[in-house]
Design a protein around this ligand. Structure first.
Ligand SMILES: Cc1cc2nc3c(=O)[nH]c(=O)nc-3n(C[C@H](O)[C@H](O)[C@H](O)COP(=O)(O)OP(=O)(O)OC[C@H]3O[C@@H](n4cnc5c(N)ncnc54)[C@H](O)[C@@H]3O)c2cc1C
Length: 402
């Protein structure tokens, strides 16, 4: 099935315009998290009914069978409206597509995929740990054979929305006697199993969507294994690559530059409008140039996709540059606001509130690849520089000094 991209954009814009008063930023103001999540589930079901969920997923799984470009276009239209889609971002972004590809029990997988697509169930991604984040293959959670099944012991960290999750995908060490990338196996886990404990972590902006998750002797059936034994790292990489095509936000998920210009118009520096101040003007010009550059990279990626080509690794620039720009601009905005900048609006969105945006920006510089890792990607994949020194290469995991 093909739908012309312009027609698709118009159709998405019209539908979103109709439902935004019920589900958008204004409808969500003042809701508790439980109320917001309930609203989000209704929005996700409405999206599915209208043909805007699973846009680039196969039709036999309840998707629309369209291209990644159709998905990106829908996200571009949806993003400015403050719709409650974040609860399903990880779930539909990575774990569920992996389940769709590698899950073994077809009927069960189809049920799960449809329930996730309609927002009835949520999946989380249990990769990072206290000793394995950027270097995922350093993880220590153990999966040990127990007859025909497995026992899981260890701790995961920073798991987004684990407190709402019904299921998760997890990578664990099944063999510590081989080099670190070879001894990992990939499973799905029922988050309601005995021995799973989820503890939310409160972040600087008051939100607690990330969690510590503990596994104490959790039993996994072998049918929960999604990779070959010892083949978990390749599937983990496949999981991280799956969500390569998402709408990029040149504002780094902070307020747009226009909001800063408006603030500069209405605030003063040394008794004069801030907009007349040379430093403020130069900051506006710099952030405009950075964001215009990112928009050009995104446009180029979209044109490549339209032509059936794969966008290159330069996409790594997007998050790196956009979130840094957001952090610096938010700091400057707080300076311009003076003591008013300290006023705290609980539950405010980082897309419209400078204080929330500033407090939340550091997590954006870590989640989904820390700045330094993105710089490594750019150095190695875009500029062709040599790889980092890897002293643990080929060394059995249990012989790496800790
Ligand atoms: C808001 C949020 C949500 C998240 N959600 C999830 C989730 O749902 N599931 C999940 O599994 N994980 C999640 N994470 C975890 C995230 O993937 C990790 O935090 C990230 O990969 C960094 O790992 P780390 O925290 O262990 O830091 P480390 O890897 O310990 O890094 C610490 C510092 O050292 C730097 N560094 C590390 N290695 C190198 C290197 N080789 N060269 C140069 N510098 C280096 C890093 O850039 C960083 O500045 C989330 C994190 C955040 C903040």
């Amino acid at each position: 099935m093909t739908v012309d991209l312009d027609t698709w954009r118009t159709r998405a814009r019209e539908w979103l315009g109709e439902v935004a008063p019920n589900f958008g930023r204004d409808a969500r103001r003042g809701l508790s998290e439980a109320e917001d999540l309930a609203l989000a589930r209704r929005y996700q079901a409405a999206k599915h009914d209208a043909g805007f969920a699973g846009i680039n997923w196969p039709r036999e799984f309840g998707g629309q069978g369209l291209s990644p470009l159709h998905k990106v276009i829908f996200e571009e239209e949806e993003m400015p409206l403050g719709m409650p889609s974040a609860y399903f971002g990880v779930s539909l972004g990575m774990p569920v597509p992996i389940l769709m590809r590698y899950g073994s029990d077809e009927a069960w997988v189809k049920q799960r995929v449809l329930a996730a697509l309609r927002g009835e169930e949520i999946w989380c991604q249990l990769f990072s740990e206290p000793s394995g984040g950027s270097d995922l293959a350093a993880l220590r959670t153990r999966a040990e054979r127990d007859g025909d099944s497995w026992r899981l012991n260890g701790q995961k960290l920073w798991t987004t929305y684990a407190q709402h999750a019904d299921y998760g995908v997890i990578v664990a060490r099944s063999d510590p006697t081989v080099p670190k990338h070879q001894g990992l196996t990939y499973f799905w886990v029922d988050m309601k199993s005995p021995g799973v404990t989820v503890r939310p972590i409160k972040l600087a902006d008051g939100k607690d969507h990330v969690n510590e998750v503990f596994f104490d002797d959790v039993r996994l059936e072998d049918r929960q294994r999604l990779s070959p034994v010892g083949g978990g790292f390749a599937l983990a990489i496949a999981t991280l690559m799956i969500e390569r095509y998402s709408a990029a936000d040149p504002a780094g998920f902070g307020p747009p530059l226009d909001a800063f210009i408006e603030l500069a118009r209405t605030s003063e520096v040394n008794g004069r409008p801030a907009l007349a101040d040379g430093r403020v003007r130069s900051a506006i010009a710099r952030h405009y140039a950075l964001r215009a550059g990112l928009q050009a990279i995104t446009r180029r990626a979209m044109l490549m996709m339209e032509a059936g080509m794969e966008p290159g690794p330069e996409g790594a620039l997007n998050k790196l540059v956009a979130v840094r720009s957001r952090q610096r601009l938010s700091e400057l905005a707080l300076d311009l606001m003076g003591t008013l900048g300290l006023a705290w609006r609980p539950g405010a969105s980082g897309k419209e509130d400078w204080a929330t945006s500033w407090l939340d920006a550091p997590t954006g510089r870590i989640a989904g690849g820390a700045d330094e890792m993105l710089l490594n990607t750019i150095a190695e994949k875009v500029l062709g520089l040599p790889q980092d020194h890897r002293p643990d290469k080929g060394v059995p995991f249990n012989q790496i000094p800790v």
